[in-house]
Design a protein around this ligand. Structure first.
Ligand code: ADP
Ligand code: MG
Length: 356
């Protein structure tokens, strides 16, 4: 990321807002914008090279990441997540639209915008001939962090690389490289940290320590954005989620609401006596038989209460020996929003409304 050094320096005093080192922490409290990231009508078309067709990777993305959140950017492979992240990181040039990081427009104040963000890239792009300590020192230098303010040892320890501080990067395992990339993203103490597919191919132990580290940073006020195609990960980690598919944001809401939007529960009743067929009145409610003894009913909590559903069952003289409910999860929502069988150009939310 050598290009970070080639911009004219900002001698306008405002840089203090993003000054690295200990002052970084106060940045999180004073003069902090309500949105950590704001993206408006962002587009990216990759020009096709060597006869390949051009690829429209982002088709007008709007996104608002509230300060202090753990925000998930969820979508299948090829959705455009890395393109979006790399535009924010200053690694990919957008085709149109605007992006602000910590209130700094990436066109107007590219250097300040980049200082506000630390990106852990999807690819393990490390120079094999530097040691972790050197990598962090170089990175700190690029960001203008004064030597005395550099917390190299502290950060190496925090990511569990204290013992490898002086080992060549090429001797590090994949997991260690990933951790070094995390350290590299944190060295200038940015108020916004973005991790692109941080747990793809990562073992359970590293995943856990990474998440606890990110939660710790978040508690100190750091806004964390992560991309993932693991639904469970987004659901477990994030307080707000945007779903991106084929270059468009198809849903964006706080995690509970996103799941609540499915508004569907499944009630499974185990019957005292086997049934040959679903009584017509229950069939009209959408009940189906699973084997002879289990009656499965899908209902919408906002429209019908479970008590009413049970009343209907009792009215048919069916004795129940057991009852279980299951809530729809993000996976189902995801399939509905991005699901197959729907015309690709239809707005996803309309598809969703119809399929419910
Ligand atoms: P994600 O990170 O969600 O998997 P990407 O942003 O990597 O998605 O890719 C979005 C789309 O853009 C994909 O179709 C991908 O093939 C294409 N793409 C990504 N990078 C380039 C590139 N440098 N040149 C051409 N096409 C690209
Ligand atoms: Mg990606």
């Amino acid at each position: 990321m050598a290009h970070q050094a080639d911009e004219a320096d900002e001698a306008d005093g405002e840089t203090a807002v993003l000054a690295p080192g200990r002052q970084g922490a106060s940045t999180l409290r004073h003069g902090a914008p309500p949105l950590a990231i704001e993206v408006v009508a962002l587009r990216k078309t990759y020009r096709g090279s060597k006869g390949a067709a051009a690829k429209e990777a982002l088709k007008g993305v709007d996104l608002a990441v509230p300060r202090g959140s753990i925000f998930g950017l969820l979508g299948p492979n090829g959705a455009g997540k890395s393109t979006l992240i790399n535009i924010l990181a200053g690694l990919v040039i957008k085709s149109a639209g605007q992006a602000r990081i910590w209130g700094c427009d990436i066109d107007v104040n590219p250097r300040r915008a980049r200082r506000a963000i630390g990106v852990v890239p999807q690819e393990l792009n490390l120079d094999a001939f530097f040691t972790p300590r050197e990598v962090l020192d170089i990175q700190a230098g690029l960001y203008g962090v004064p030597k005395r303010a550099r917390r190299v040892d502290e950060i190496l320890a925090a990511v569990g690389l204290a013992d490898q501080a002086d080992a060549y990067a090429r001797t590090l395992s994949g997991g260690m490289r990933r951790r070094l990339l995390v350290a590299k993203a944190l060295i200038h103490e940015p108020p916004v940290v973005v991790l692109d597919e941080p747990t793809a191919g990562v073992d359970v132990e590293l995943r856990r320590s990474l998440w606890s580290h990110m939660r710790g940073l978040n508690r100190q006020g750091v806004t964390v954005v992560l991309t993932t195609h693991y639904l469970e990960e987004a659901e477990a980690m994030c307080d707000r989620i945007a779903i991106i598919d084929q270059g468009r944001v198809v849903a964006c809401d706080d995690t509970a609401s996103l799941i609540g939007r499915l508004d569907e529960k499944e009630l499974t009743l185990t019957l005292a006596r086997p049934l040959a067929a679903v009584p017509p009145a229950l069939a009209a409610l959408g009940a189906t038989l699973d084997g002879e003894r289990r009656l499965v009913l899908r209902y919408r909590p906002s429209r019908a209460r479970v008590g009413e559903v049970l009343e209907a069952v009792r009215a048919h003289g069916l004795a129940i020996t057991d009852l279980a409910t299951a809530e729809a999860d993000l996976e189902e929502l995801f399939l509905r929003l991005t699901g197959q069988g729907a015309a690709a150009d239809e707005p996803a939310l309309e598809r969703d409304a119809r399929s419910l």
